[in-house]
Design a protein around this ligand. Structure first.
Ligand SMILES: Nc1ncnc2c1ncn2[C@@H]1O[C@H](COP(=O)(O)OP(=O)(O)O)[C@@H](O)[C@H]1O
Ligand SMILES: [Mg+2]
Length: 364
């Protein structure tokens, strides 16, 4: 066993341990309080950002594992919680003073997944796309804007409340995606500040202003069904966002999706592409059955003059994955649904965006 582990060495190794949701080293966040080194053992004090932090156990094992790599066989972690004052200072160090806080998505690409009507696979696509983009090394935020029919937390596998630090909501992270949804605030008297009424406009606004997003590369927004008011809200709150329209192959769905796309354009949002979902089902005989007809995605893309970003087959594993919080791109990555969604992610990343040209336009 290595002796002579120094306090400095322990602190250095703790600098490699990230707070799992905030994704910054615990040393940087002021969470490491005391380090006591004795032969063969180390004792470390860790101040959690809030008492009973939901990820306490995870933080404990990360701290223990990191220190054990230095040699000591006995590691003791003493947990305390930050004071109100600590939390205020932490928030300030993460966000800066209120008057200096800019638009949180100024550097991000914002993609709203829309369709006009429900049941076509917006939420399934949003969750899987977010995970697929994170797997490509992107920093990804997923906002569940379907305030009436939220399904993102279940689909992506989040079942804990966000931690709130001095009125700053930390989005819980799962599969490397930072997620926020009204569902995460349901029946919590502690958080009236974030959720006062079931209104899309207000929800979106608060999801953007009260949440610590830390400049994600990609923001995926799972939109509620609906056309006019939904597009208008998006345009008012995130005027530079893009819309990806989801449709099924049948003409009825394609017509509704077309209306959603036209509304988006009317309020100056960019429609960047169409995704056709439930395009076919591959039977045991290997034959592709087009259960909902064919051509809706292609036709819509043509009508809108935008690319068809992909066609996703009907696959039981996709629904099953959504039901247990494990998106199909993780639960069955080699299956045909996952591969189709991965292809959509690739095409989306190579498609031009308005947002990325912003810095050029800002030259004064
Ligand atoms: N390609 C697919 N294959 C199998 N099931 C799917 C597929 N797309 C969506 N589903 C299932 O259909 C239902 C509706 O999908 P969802 O993503 O919730 O649609 P929306 O968000 O548009 O209302 C869900 O149960 C989902 O798991
Ligand atoms: Mg949905």
């Amino acid at each position: 066993m290595a002796e002579h582990v120094t306090e400095a060495a322990v602190r250095a190794v703790l600098g490699t341990v990230d707070e799992p949701d905030i994704r910054r080293p615990i040393t940087e966040l002021g969470m490491v309080r005391g380090v006591v080194v004795a032969p063969g053992q180390v004792q470390v004090g860790v101040a959690l950002t809030v008492p009973n932090h939901p990820l306490k156990e995870r933080i404990a094992s990360a701290v223990t594992d990191a220190i054990r790599r230095l040699g000591p066989s006995r590691v003791h972690v003493d947990f305390t919680a930050m004071s109100e004052e600590d939390r205020g200072a932490l928030r300030m160090s993460l966000q800066g003073p209120a008057h200096e806080r800019g638009e949180p998505f100024a550097e991000s690409r914002v993609v709203a997944v829309s369709s006009g009507k429900g049941g076509v696979g917006k939420s399934s696509l949003s969750a899987n796309l977010a995970v697929a983009l994170a797997r490509r090394g992107k920093r990804v935020a997923l906002i569940d804007a379907d305030v009436y029919g939220f399904s993102i937390p279940r689909m992506i596998g989040i079942d804990r409340r966000p931690v709130i630090i001095d009125n700053m909501v930390i989005p819980p992270r799962v599969h490397d995606v930072a997620v926020i949804s009204v569902a995460l605030f349901a029946s919590d008297e502690q958080t009236p500040i974030i959720w006062r009424g079931p209104m899309l406009h207000k929800a979106l606004q608060q999801f953007i202003s009260d949440v610590y997003w830390d400049s994600p590369d990609e923001v995926i927004i799972d939109m509620p069904p609906g056309t006019g008011d939904v597009a208008l809200t998006m345009a008012q709150i995130l005027p530079l966002s893009e819309v990806v329209v989801v449709t099924t192959p049948q003409p009825a769905a394609q017509k509704v999706a077309q209306r959603a796309a036209y509304m988006a354009r009317k309020v100056n949002l960019t429609v960047s592409g169409v995704v056709e979902n439930m395009s076919w089902f591959t039977g045991n005989d290997g034959v592709r059955y087009e259960l909902f007809g064919a051509g809706g995605g292609d036709l819509l893309a043509q009508q809108l003059g935008v690319p068809l970003l992909g066609r996703i087959p009907l696959v039981p594993a996709l629904r099953a994955g959504s039901d247990v919080g494990r998106p199909v791109v993780l639960s069955d990555p080699d299956g045909e649904a996952a591969r189709a969604i991965e292809a959509v992610a690739d095409r989306l990343l190579t498609a031009p965006t308005r947002r990325r040209r912003l810095p050029l336009l800002k030259v004064t």
